[in-house]
Structures are given as structure tokens and as C-alpha cells.
Design a protein around this ligand. Sequence first.
Ligand SMILES: NC(=O)c1ccc[n+]([C@@H]2O[C@H](COP(=O)([O-])OP(=O)(O)OC[C@H]3O[C@@H](n4cnc5c(N)ncnc54)[C@H](OP(=O)(O)O)[C@@H]3O)[C@@H](O)[C@H]2O)c1
Length: 215
Amino acid sequence: MKVGIIGGTGDIGKGMALRLSQNHEVIIGSRKEEKATLSCDACCQCLRELNLPFNLTSSTNQGVVDNSDIIVFSIPLETLQITIDSLTGLEGKLVVSLMNPMERKDHFRYAPPEEGSAAMQLQKILPDSKVISAFNNIPAKQWSQMSEILDYSVCVCGDDEEGKKIVMELVNSISELEALDAGPLAVSATVEAITPLVINIAKYNSMRDVGVYFR
Ligand SMILES: NC(=O)c1ccc[n+]([C@@H]2O[C@H](COP(=O)([O-])OP(=O)(O)OC[C@H]3O[C@@H](n4cnc5c(N)ncnc54)[C@H](OP(=O)(O)O)[C@@H]3O)[C@@H](O)[C@H]2O)c1
């Protein structure tokens, strides 16, 4: 599968690129092609040093849309509208949201948009795309620490059953991640809200590796 990451230069995007590029063709996207190239070079160097096989390239965000089967939106939700306004050709595409809208006060709090969740907002902006939510609850640090086995449960939500199946296969292709069908896209609000809970638990209990496991 060709997987493109919009905002692939960010914390989560780089970590996902490191992991996904071992089994898939991955494109790191950015608003700026040079920034994507730098991120891609750093990831390739890291994977070479670990003697791991990879298939990783870089492009603009538009290049990601033009050349990917699955497009991951890995940007802060506040930048979603402006990012989509800068892109064309998302109609009919399989689009993944891992965005978690949060506010930080003394603790972290889920702060969804009026559509109900980040993924539902994305689906409203892109009515002709197949939006699936996944990967919401895995911290960036865990993605990029290549010595770590990722053995979390990953809730996958979506209204397009075929698209959800493809994204679940993508999840299951990474380390020991286990994809779980969490239902329609409306459930993404509940899944996104788990992330501030996970961060608060880590903070208040001085825990390092807080993850979500459904056993
Ligand atoms: N960090 C985590 O542990 C984690 C875990 C699970 C889910 N998430 C979710 O994943 C998403 C990305 O998180 P992150 O921590 O990787 O974010 P980030 O590093 O702050 O940003 C990711 C990328 O978004 C692009 N971006 C930043 N500001 C922008 C703007 N004003 N307009 C357009 N693009 C902009 C940048 O790419 P370019 O400058 O290259 O265009 C940046 O590298 C968020 O929605 C977050 O809720 C994060």
C-alpha cells in the first residue's frame, strides 16, 4: 500500500514513517518540499543504521494526495481547514485521521469541534472522501523508539466498511499493534477522548509507557 502522511515532518508523522516504511511505500509530506526532504533523509539514515529495509520518499502535501492510496492527516486540528484549502484531488480517497483535539489547563481535556470529533470534522469538510479514524492513542515517542515493540490496541472507526478493513490491515502490519473495529465514525469522539485521559494518567502517576490495551 502507498501511504502518504500530510504533516509527515511532525513528531507523530516521522515516527509513523519509520515504522510504516518497512512494509509499505511511504511518502513524508510537508507544506515545504525541502522540509520533507530533510525529515525523509533523517528517517532513512536512522533505518539504514538499524539495518532495516525501507521504502521512504518525500514530497509536498499535494504530492502525497496525488500519489498515495491512503492519506494520513497528521497535523494539528487547528490547521486542518487551511491545509485542505491548499489541496486538490481528495475526492474518493481513503483518508485517516489520528487528530486529537485537546486543551491543556492544569490537566489535559478533550476539546472536540462542533461536529463532534476531529474525524467527523474532516468527513464534513471532505464529504466525498472515505474518512477513517485510527492510531489516536499511540504517543509519538513510542512510534519513534524503534527498540520498542508496539503492542497496543488500535481502535479503528469509520462509516466505509471497505476503507475500515484496509486501515485495519495497515494497523496489523505494524509491530504487534492490534486493530479493533470500534464501529462507525461517530465513535471516534470516544476514542479521541481517550488520549487526554492517557496523558493525565501518565502525568499523575509518573508512568512512562501508558498505552491502550483491550484484552
Ligand atoms: N504527538 C503525539 O504523541 C500524538 C499522538 C496521537 C495523535 N496525535 C495527533 O497527531 C497530529 C499531529 O501531532 P504532532 O504532535 O505530530 O504535531 P506537530 O508536530 O505539531 O505538527 C505536525 C505537522 O503539522 C504541520 N503544521 C504545523 N503547523 C501547521 C500550520 N499552521 N498549517 C499547516 N500545517 C502545519 C507541520 O508540517 P510542515 O511544516 O512540514 O507542513 C508539522 O510538522 C495532531 O492532530 C495530534 O493530535 C499526536
